[in-house]
Design a protein around this ligand. Structure first.
Ligand code: 13P
Length: 249
């Protein structure tokens, strides 16, 4: 059985006060929940959020990291720094990083490798735009995004990684993929790994992201190949997020 995961990507939201309130409500709410719960605050708040989460069931991750480990890279944060302040996970290749900050498949692959080298679990985000879906290339896009990482990191690297399928058209739009649409791509992703290593395919957790809410979480998480969610907007509301975590297990 794959243990479900619910991850909350706070994106560029929060303040010290709001984070503390959100986190304490979250810790109180997810105590008995079977899912692994991870929150991804903005980098400047990571140390404080990780300190607040210490000793609880909630884990903390970074939203991004540098491809390099140290040096003259103004404005960047290394994987080792994320670990140093208490992060265990990091998002890699979020569609906002790909679209707004020009992260190519090869940069994403390098970040994935840098994350693992620092001891972080990368959460590799993949997914197609609306235009790509409508032109029938969803699987080709997802394969290309996975291939870039597999060719640099190797297949076995996914034993210590998480995949998140986030169709770009469903992110922040309120337009969730239907459970069947999500399941079809999740099954495709599992099949992609299964063709390389059956054991790995069975083990790798594939999260769905894109307008996950308390009202649609149970149905999405009920699909055979959906192992939980990567939640944006709804992760900023403690009660809603706790309900999503409970729906996962
Ligand atoms: P929303 O849940 O706000 O659609 O965001 C999804 C996402 O991008 C999580 O990484």
């Amino acid at each position: 059985m794959r243990r479900p995961i619910v991850a909350g990507n706070w994106k560029m939201h929060g303040s010290r006060e709001e984070n503390a309130q959100l986190l304490s409500a979250l810790i109180a709410g997810v105590g008995a929940c079977a899912a692994e719960v991870i929150v991804f605050p903005p980098a400047v708040y990571l140390a404080e959020v990780a300190a607040l989460a210490q000793g609880s069931a909630v884990r903390v991750g970074g939203q991004n990291l540098c491809t390099e480990s140290i040096g003259a890279y103004t404005g960047e944060v290394s994987g080792a720094m994320l670990v140093d302040v208490g992060a265990s996970h990091v998002l890699v290749g979020h569609s906002e990083r790909r679209a707004l900050y020009g992260e190519s498949d090869s940069v994403v692959a390098r970040k994935f490798v840098a994350a693992q080298a620092a001891g972080l679990v990368p959460v590799l985000c993949v997914g197609e735009t609306l235009e790509e879906r409508e032109s029938g290339v969803t699987e080709a896009v997802v394969s290309r995004q996975l291939d870039a990482v597999v060719s640099l990191a190797g297949t076995a690297a996914f034993l210590k990684a998480i995949v998140a399928y986030e169709p770009v058209w469903a992110i922040g739009t309120g337009r969730t993929a239907s459970p069947n649409q999500a399941q079809a791509v999740h099954a495709f992703i599992r099949g992609y790994f299964s063709a390389k290593d059956v054991m790995l395919a069975d083990h790798v957790r594939v999260l769905y992201g894109g307008s996950v809410k308390a009202s649609n979480a149970a149905e999405l998480f009920g699909m055979a190949d959906v192992d939980g969610g990567l939640v944006g907007g709804a992760s900023l509301k403690a009660e809603e997020f706790v309900r999503i975590c409970v729906a996962a297990g």
